[in-house]
Design a protein around this ligand. Structure first.
Ligand code: AMP
Length: 299
């Protein structure tokens, strides 16, 4: 806006003043400095496109640790579908502004692929004792090896005391706990509850790719999970599964990929209910080409 010939008032510019590290030497120096002071590091690994679901993890980390480190890295080895990797939303400036709005003291690690993998962009091999052969693992071959590989590298760099993961990706959470055991990594894994929109849809970076029609209809997924939970009290697991499959058969907008009732710790398919065991229901469905997942504790 020009108010006199020699005075120009510029519109406000939003300056992001987060600490952003992109290379190993910088983040390692920052980590060493934090460790020297005896402070506790809480780590939240993400792939960016941050939303309130991620924010709920930052909140848990802040409440339980002295320093919070958030990584933003779209990990190529965990995508079994190259098109999914290509279309994954990326906007670092928007993510930094989002983080700054939460707490400008959060440290951000936003490496490039070479910083993490060098020239060898490949997954390592792990024995997840069957945790990776069901559900997401069955439909996304190689996905969990990719997730575990990047986390092993990130944990080695960030050296967190605690690391926070959402139950939104419940199978991933179980696999990470196993990874930490297998590799004897000195980090405690904390699972955090699923954050949802008011209409029940689980928050996800993929939701922004839903058409208006699909977004409006998407609470159907959570509603069906809630119905499954109610039925689980007095129906068999196969009856509950048949109910859900039927609900989806009649739905014009969503294609069910799987619905599964599994033991909450082994993730083994639950063909019968046993006393003193915990069960969860897991779902994956397509809204056009957008793949949505959700899950719920049944007992
Ligand atoms: P992502 O960026 O999708 O890799 O997710 C990073 C972390 O945020 C993972 O631990 C996810 O489980 C977690 N997360 C994503 N969405 C949600 C949500 N709606 N509620 C809780 N945690 C979530």
């Amino acid at each position: 806006m020009q108010i006199a010939s020699n005075i120009v008032i510029l519109p406000p510019v939003k300056l992001v003043r987060m600490h952003v590290y992109t290379h190993r030497p910088q983040i390692s120096a920052a980590v060493a400095n934090i460790k020297k002071k005896g402070l506790k590091i809480g780590f939240v690994p993400t792939m960016g496109a941050l939303h309130r679901g991620h924010a709920s993890l930052f909140d848990f980390a802040q409440k339980n640790c002295d320093v919070v480190v958030v990584s933003i890295f779209v990990n190529p080895t965990q995508f079994n579908n190259p098109q999914d990797l290509e279309t994954y939303p990326r906007d670092l400036q928007a993510d930094l502004a989002f983080l700054e709005g939460i707490n400008p003291e959060i440290l951000v690690f936003a490496p490039g692929t070479t910083t993490i993998y060098g020239a060898n962009v490949k997954s390592l091999d792990f024995d997840f004792a069957g945790l990776d052969s069901v559900m997401e693992g069955a439909f996304r071959p190689g996905h969990f090896e990719g997730v575990a590989t990047v986390l092993k590298y990130l944990f080695e760099i960030v050296q967190p005391d605690l690391a926070f993961f959402g139950e939104k990706d419940y199978q991933q959470l179980q696999i990470i706990k196993r990874l930490v055991e297998l590799e004897k990594l000195p980090v405690e894994i904390i699972g955090c509850p699923i954050s949802r929109h008011e209409d029940g849809l689980a928050e996800s970076s993929r939701n922004q790719r839903l058409s208006k029609q699909h977004r409006e209809a998407a609470p159907f997924i959570y509603k069906t999970l809630m119905q499954a939970k109610a039925l689980f009290n007095d129906k068999s697991t196969s009856e509950v599964e048949a109910f859900v499959e039927n609900e989806f058969k009649d739905h014009a907008l969503f294609n069910l990929e799987y619905f599964e009732i599994a033991n909450a710790s082994s993730l083994a398919h639950a063909s019968e209910k046993k006393e003193n065991e915990h069960y969860r229901a897991f779902i994956a469905a397509f809204a056009d080409d957008v793949r949505l997942i959700d899950n719920i504790a049944l007992n």
